[in-house]
Design a protein around this ligand. Structure first.
Ligand code: ATP
Ligand code: MG
Length: 386
């Protein structure tokens, strides 16, 4: 298909979480109609979309309705069942494609893809059977055992200090297919978001420096000096290689580890916009969600430009639960008085520990000023300094 899909037509999305909601907002702002397929009546994207198809992801009738109303379909989480994307792709343009999403759904496939692109990842072994378990090399300890499928926000993972602890850790994860990765000495973490169009042209955002706490993204910083320039350039080149190697169409995030010896190692990828790219909505002329719309619609991709230094704070459910059992709303009045504060809440009604409720992006003209304001907002919210 060569003709772009233009405003006035309907764009569909599999999944109704916050990423879908921000995609819907971006599409609607440009004059597209939107359709969301998500089983949850109160899904953040379903609540704001023109159409909400409230069925299971594999329900043939639901998929038929999505096809019926959408000119093209994207996805907002990587665990959309591959057969659903394949069924949709028979009738409509789907970006990213089922093949690329399937690679991202499986840590073992993902790592072989990285290696095939010449981008180094942490030393690892695949453990899908008791036999493979017995053959794990000693140099992978201490390691981190991760289920090959369905892990996110540090779920489906366990630290394994010694070889003799591995069998118990594997059983505790259900004895399912896993990878054991060597624990690496991290100096920092970073990520790069690229968007690749149907014509193969790739654009990217500046690399983000990310701080994770308890396996969940806590803070993203994007400004002059956030990363050594050569590391940033290397990360962008690697991300572009990885996207090309998948013949990817859409927005793709690649997460990296920066090791203490200065080397850059790829961690994983997300076949969609990413939490570490939320700052683009307030600090760039085009956001990662705008580019998701452009790639899906087959429009020529603009090269995004960052116009403000940015620090993003994730707002987890923990911030609502500070005072004890009952949830208490954070002090928005005070937070919104912080210079350069942009508040995004996802419309989730109940707060739980670790649940992503929203984010706050601080923008400004200098890294020093944004950092100072971000620390001020963090103190008001009860987020530990960084
Ligand atoms: P996401 O929500 O990003 O999908 P996830 O559940 O897939 O998270 P990972 O990205 O694999 O989890 O790991 C979460 C965090 O744990 C990393 O960002 C990093 O801080 C730490 N971590 C994971 N693997 C390693 C490793 N091999 N060495 C050191 N730290 C690691
Ligand atoms: Mg991760």
């Amino acid at each position: 298909m060569t003709q772009p899909i233009l405003p006035g037509e309907t764009l569909g999305v599999m999944g109704g979480g916050q990423l879908g909601r921000m995609f819907v907002h971006a599409a609607q702002r440009m004059g597209y109609f939107t359709a969301v397929l998500d089983p949850d009546a109160a899904s953040p994207a379903g609540l704001v979309s023109h159409h909400h198809i409230q069925t299971d992801y594999l329900d043939p009738a639901g998929l038929a309705r999505l096809i019926g109303c959408s000119a093209a379909i994207t996805t907002e989480f990587e665990n959309v069942p591959a057969p659903a994307l394949e069924a949709l792709a028979v009738q409509r343009p789907v970006a990213p494609g089922a093949g690329a999403v399937a690679v991202a759904q499986d840590r073992a496939q993902e790592k072989s893809h990285f290696q095939g692109c010449g981008v180094p990842c942490a030393p690892y072994a695949v453990i899908a059977s008791a036999q493979q378990l017995a053959q794990v090399p000693a140099e992978l300890f201490p390691g981190i055992l991760k289920t090959t499928r369905m892990g996110y926000d540090g779920k489906g993972q366990a630290r394994v200090e010694r070889a003799q602890d591995l069998a118990a850790a594997w059983l505790a994860l259900g004895g399912v297919s896993c990878v054991l990765e060597k624990m690496l000495p991290l100096a920092a973490e970073c990520s790069v978001i690229v968007a690749r169009g149907r014509d193969g042209r790739t654009v990217h955002f500046p690399p983000q420096r990310n701080l994770h706490r308890e396996g969940i993204l806590a803070v993203t910083e994007v400004h002059e000096g956030n990363l050594p320039a050569e590391v940033a350039a290397q990360a962008v080149a690697a991300a572009e290689f990885i996207a090309q190697g998948l013949n990817y169409v859409g927005v793709l995030c690649i997460e990296f580890f920066l090791l203490r010896d200065g080397s850059l190692i790829v961690n994983e990828m997300a076949p969609r916009p990413h939490n570490s790219g939320h700052y683009t909505m307030d600090a760039c002329d085009f956001s990662q969600f705008d580019l998701q719309v452009y790639t899906l619609a087959g429009l020529p991709l603009p090269a995004p430009r960052q116009h403000s230094a940015a620090v993003m704070l994730n707002l987890l459910g923990d911030l609502w639960l500070r005072e004890g059992a009952a949830a208490v709303e954070p002090p928005w009045g005070q937070v919104l008085r912080t210079p350069g504060a942009h508040l995004h809440l996802y419309g989730k009604t109940s707060a739980r520990k670790g649940r992503k409720m929203g984010h706050l992006t601080l923008t400004g003209t200098s890294p020093e000023a944004v950092r100072a304001h971000a620390l001020q907002a963090a103190a008001l919210l009860g987020i530990a300094p960084f």
